[in-house]
Design a protein around this ligand. Sequence first.
Ligand SMILES: [Zn+2]
Length: 482
Amino acid sequence: MLLQNTFKKKESDQKSDGLSEFTKLTFCGGVSSVTGANFLLEINKDQGTKKLLVDCGMEQGSDKAKIYNASPFIFDPKDIDILLVTHAHMDHIGLIPKLVKHGFKGVIYSTPETRDLCVYMLEDALKLITEDAKRRHIDPLYSPDDTRHAFDLWKTIPYHQDFTLFSDLGVTVYLKDPGHVLGASMFEIRIELNKKLRKFLFTGDLGNSPSPILKDTEPIEGVDYVIMESVYGDRNHEDRETRLQKLQQSIEDTIDRQGVLLIPSFSLEKTQEILYEMNKLFEDKIVPEIPVYLDSPLASKLIPIYKKYIKDYNEEAKKRKQKGDDILNFKNLHIVASAEESKSILHSKNPKIIMAGSGMSTGGRIQHHELSYLPAHNTILLFLGFQALGTLGREIYDGAKVVNIYDTEVHINCEIRKIDGYSGHKDSDHLQEFAATAGESLKKVFVTMGESKSALFLVQRLRDYYDIDAVHPEQGESVILY
Ligand SMILES: [Zn+2]
């Protein structure tokens, strides 16, 4: 059973003689699992001790995830001095209000972009958590007050600035862009230990550069220890050049079949990237204009934040914007607001495109569209992102012919397609290349945030192909690092 506080506690490395200053890194969550990122770095120096947490994410997918999310943290939230947040996806932020509820009184830091996005992401999460608790007759994980209080503690740090975290211990952080979602950051934590500067790099999620909108992942030369993701550690994506053609083909086939192109879409980043790509296809007259329904209130709320931070776009996206193109909007785009409007899409004429959340079909408006359109032969269901074990999306992705939605047996007669090229995560080859950018200084890579099969494959590749000391830690495991 996945419980936060019952994992075997193991300390891999023992404290060396004569070295009084050290750090202890504990893998509290996000190990052998894509979701639930949560890492604790304890800094022990002659001047004192501080505890720093990186991400406080929710496990997503299976029933086991619910048990994990509800069980106590393996540390005492009251003892944590600082929480660093890599980016605004739920599997990195979903338990922040729970941390506050259980006594965290420190400071939360992220980029300004991430903080802005989290306002809507956590508001949406609160709604889902409250509804779920009501349905299951249990207490919700946290209250609106806990969420509000989290933002009282939340400050921001821009990219590319040396920022002091603990002045008494001389600990600083430097934020780099992983190119994953708007505002995402890698944290390079700089600590002097036993008179030597050590750099700990927490990757968060690593973008599948080149992204349609965002800048490329920055290299990480000069770091000592890397704690990195491995969602696609054992697989490569298709050629990135072909992803737009595949999207184009799916739209053209939908027009030929007079059908529906149904896209379960993640509200943050994926939706905005697909809107950007569709904007290009329609406005450059590559495909005929057919109605596109954006049926995700959360994704719609995030669009203005994308428009606020044009500085984070890559050169091509900036250029389109400078030419006056409203890059996330086009004539045939319908932003669906109310639930009634959402239901009325069923009566609108084919062909049409429906993008709706949630991205793994675990809830949200996509489910009622799936109920209506999965049985139809002229529907194309298009997967654009990772589907976690235990989700409806994964069941369909793995080839189920019949699924259950709202207690109704739904037969899947439609065509299922996927485009991995729009994944927000690096594939195996690019994860390896990324780790190698650390260069000679690199002492160890901890491969986390991926299912075990994927993480272990990446560990082996890093060892065999790059001669990098890589390990896949266990959940709850601690290591002492100098
Ligand atoms: Zn992410």
